[in-house]
Design a protein around this ligand. Structure first.
Ligand code: ZN
Ligand code: ZN
Length: 375
């Protein structure tokens, strides 16, 4: 038997690659080496077969585990080496059902379906706040209209049952004392033969097409959220349900608002004298409105003021987060002569007025304790 290349190496993925990474790698390579794109190139054809074989094993958790444990021996005649399978209970038939049952296409809840699709969509901070409908274009395979998905150029021709597998789509071959089941090489697993393949879809029954889908992104969505849209993935071909579409949502950062869960934070500068005397400031809200916030006399830098219910919606709930205004007291620069005089006069007065500086009072009494060895 010819030496086989490691399945992970075939798909150019690491041994700890997850299901999505394996699927992506498979799609990329399968596109590149597909026989339709490389007519008459035997190397590409062999590579394509290898890629499919590797993917059949690595996409299935059970088969992958068997492969990780036994290598290619898990799927070859002569059976696994030391260690072996546990043949108790179900018998050979069940084991092969488990190991090779899913040779074609994805499965969900035990039924076959078209492949799932992944798309990325980026929305603004404000769109995440209010919710938004986005039109997205999805490259996908849809049922070929030219042949109604039959794959045959002659629509009325009854599909012939494949003579190799008698319509089963898979063949069993004896290798050593094992029976190995694999997709029928004559009909590629479909179970029937097309004498006169459709020119649009090359007999596959599906064609690639861009579809535009409107996706409702709910208010309150967070960066990195994945939305599943059932049945909007790739067509599964005739009689097989379509896969699902997964929309990965990225949310852009905002110049003045930050987010933490459902709460929104906004840093607002307040002039030194305003903070000391107290004032009312106008602050922006994410929805584009404005609201007034009372800043009491003696507000310190870093103090928060809560605007209840002005935060993000909480998904799948009627709750809302809050918005927090975080005050930053600004020290004036480039003083005029008059300002300088006033501040000098103010400072002369402030020095003898300890209660007026709550931070300093606490701090300097601790400094005194520190030098006296009490701290
Ligand atoms: Zn067949
Ligand atoms: Zn067609």
């Amino acid at each position: 038997m010819a030496t086989k290349i490691d399945y992970y190496a075939v798909l150019e993925v690491s041994r700890d690659a997850n299901g999505d990474e394996i699927k992506r790698a498979y799609r990329k390579l399968a596109m590149k080496y597909h026989p339709d794109r490389n007519p008459g190139d035997t190397d590409a054809e062999n590579r394509f077969k290898e890629i499919n074989e590797a993917y059949d094993v690595l996409k299935d958790d059970q088969k992958r585990a068997a492969y990780d444990r036994f290598g290619h021996a898990a799927f070859e005649g002569g059976g696994p080496g030391a260690g072996g399978f546990d043949f108790g209970g179900g018998g050979l038939g069940d084991i092969f059902e488990q190991m090779f049952g899913d040779m074609m296409g994805g499965r969900r809840g035990g039924r076959r379906s078209g492949a799932d699709l992944q798309v990325q969509v980026t929305i603004t901070f404000a769109e995440a706040f209010s919710g938004v409908k986005k039109k997205i274009t999805v490259p996908t395979r849809v049922t070929c209209e030219s042949c109604d998905g039959t794959g045959s150029a002659d629509k009325d021709a009854k599909p012939e049952t494949c003579p190799s597998c008698h319509g089963a789509g898979k063949v069993r071959a004896q290798q050593g004392f094992f029976f190995v089941e694999r997709p029928c090489p004559t009909c590629h697993g479909s179970g029937h033969l097309i004498r006169n393949p459709c020119k649009e879809c090359h007999g596959t029954g599906t064609v690639e097409k861009n579809r535009t889908i409107e996706v409702a992104i709910p208010a309150g969505v967070e960066d990195g959220t994945r939305i599943r849209i059932s049945g909007e993935g790739e067509s599964g071909g005739k009689g097989v349900p379509a896969g699902d579409l997964y929309v990965h949502v990225s949310v852009e950062q905002h110049a003045i608002f930050q987010r933490d869960g459902a709460n929104i934070y906004c840093r607002v500068p307040v002039r030194m004298a305003q903070a000391a005397l107290g004032t009312e400031i106008e602050v922006p809200v994410v929805d584009g409105s404005r609201t007034k916030v009372k800043i009491p006399a003696g507000t310190q830098t870093g103090e928060h003021f809560r605007l209840r219910g002005k935060g993000f919606s909480v998904l799948r709930s009627s709750a809302r987060g809050d918005m927090y205004i975080q005050v930053v007291v600004e020290t004036p620069r480039h003083l005029t002569k008059r300002q300088r005089e006033l501040l000098e006069e103010f400072e002369g007065d402030a020095a003898g007025h300890a209660k007026g500086s709550p931070e300093s009072t606490g701090f300097f009494s601790k400094v005194k304790d520190f030098f006296e060895g009490k701290l």
